[in-house]
Design a protein around this ligand. Structure first.
Ligand SMILES: C[S@@+](CC[C@H](N)C(=O)[O-])C[C@H]1O[C@@H](n2cnc3c(N)ncnc32)[C@H](O)[C@@H]1O
Length: 293
């Protein structure tokens, strides 16, 4: 039975003002199942991300929404140097566990994992930024976790500007979001995820909350069957997102890069003209290279 009342998954403990939807540990645990084998991403996703980073000569990567560490592990395995941060200690716990278990391998021994909040990112990781990262990634529909607390998207703009500050001149920001325009129009979310190889997903129930006539929160109830031999065994977790409109988000990103970045947008990892109604948009911003006067 679905709730008819909006409830947050957990009020969360404040990590410097951030509400942590994973704070009760339940979503973090099921997330591990939802994403499937940590070493396995969909081939399309892996080819896209690893291919793009290699093509642009990126080596040192900052994963600003590492969660349980799934993207970071994939990049470590592919030979990248990775710094991984997240605001949720319940999610980081799983990344830290992976690092501990494989600490004898140099890539894992050198893997830096820290707690940090997008709103204070440059100061949280000031000791790690140096001249900036070759690439900053914020993937898996993570950015939409940040609510619009003031109704003018100022915190989201601040976070994007903080991401920009972590990218070195000539470096990249890769950031994605679900196709909220489609979700608002239809009230539906495709349950097959373009990132994960999970066999467990059964459904995603979508609710859209309007405030003053504008869609303000999209809540997704993930229904996951953990045991194929028992179809009744369905676990559920709920996450809420800010529904980024494609055009508005595109403009916010360009503003964060002072309207000087090259901005390429993909739909489900393909060029936008090749996919009619993508489940995800992936934005790639190339920060203007350093120019001598
Ligand atoms: C959907 S998970 C994605 C994790 C991973 N990238 C993946 O694809 O599996 C989103 C992550 O963003 C983190 N997050 C949300 N708001 C944040 C903030 N303000 N600062 C840092 N991390 C945040 C959450 O704690 C969560 O672990």
């Amino acid at each position: 039975m679905m709730d008819s009342v909006f409830r947050t998954r957990s009020l969360g403990t404040a990590a410097e003002g951030v509400r942590d939807q994973y704070a009760d540990g339940k979503a973090a645990k099921i997330w591990e199942v939802f994403i499937g084998d940590k070493k396995q991403r969909t081939q399309n996703y892996k080819d896209f991300l690893v291919g793009l980073l290699r093509e642009r000569g990126c080596h040192r990567i900052l994963d600003v929404a590492c969660g349980t560490g799934i993207d970071s592990v994939m990049l470590l395995e592919e030979g990248f140097e990775v710094v991984s941060v997240d605001a949720s200690d319940k999610m980081l716990k799983y990344a830290l566990k992976s690092r501990w278990e494989r600490r004898k391998e140099p890539a894992y021994d050198n893997w830096i994992i820290e707690e940090a909040n997008w709103l204070t990112l440059p100061s949280d990781i000031s000791h790690l930024i140096g001249d900036g990262f070759d690439a900053v990634i914020c993937l898996g529909n993570s950015f939409a976790h940040m609510p619009d607390s003031f109704g003018d998207q100022r915190e989201q703009r601040q976070a994007l500007s903080n991401f920009e500050r972590c990218v070195k001149p000539g470096g990249l920001l890769l950031i994605d979001h679900r196709n909220y325009d489609y979700m608002i129009e239809t009230g539906q979310t495709p349950s097959k995820c373009i990132y994960y190889n999970s066999n467990h997903m059964t459904d995603i129930k979508t609710s859209v909350l309007y405030v003053s006539g504008k869609p303000a929160i999209v809540t997704l109830d993930y229904l996951i069957n953990l045991d194929a031999s028992d179809p009744e065994n369905v676990n559920e977790f709920r996450l809420s997102y800010y529904p980024h409109r494609f055009e508005v988000f595109r403009e916010m990103l360009e503003e964060a890069f002072h309207y000087r970045a090259k901005h390429t947008i993909y739909g489900d990892f393909k060029s936008l003209d090749k996919v009619k109604c993508p489940a995800f948009y992936i934005h790639v911003l190339e920060k203007q290279p350093y120019q001598q006067d």
